[in-house]
Design a protein around this ligand. Sequence first.
Ligand code: FES
Length: 141
Amino acid sequence: MNRRRFVNFFLGGSLLGTAASLLYPLIRYLIPPRQAEATAKRVVAAKVGELAPNSAKLFRFGSSPALLIHTADGELRAFSAICTHLTCTVNYEGETGTLYCPCHNGRFDLAGNVLSGPPPRPLHTFKVEVSGEDIFVSRED
Ligand code: FES
């Protein structure tokens, strides 16, 4: 191998490596890995006594965030924590007793209905059951 061929081989390899390092993340972005669809229908959201009145806990319902709320009246309610506007995560605000989306000031009542802001639909609600020491949350449909 003469010097010219060696330099061409070296530069060609470098060019190929650079192209691969640029294309690989682009291809991974365009074709995301397959994720198993969450099929959770019933999950343990919390233990009895874990939540003080007028507080909430964020938990995973399948692959999505959900909120379990222990209201000031002592009721347990659960909602999808995904805002119906642009899918930001909703939080519980104890001072007002409402669910609040910080992205665009969306606000929901404790039935999941829209009180103010841009969300077009109510929050999805879940069924809550207490069994033994566990608080179960399940889909209502
Ligand atoms: S994403 Fe919740 S109000 Fe816009």
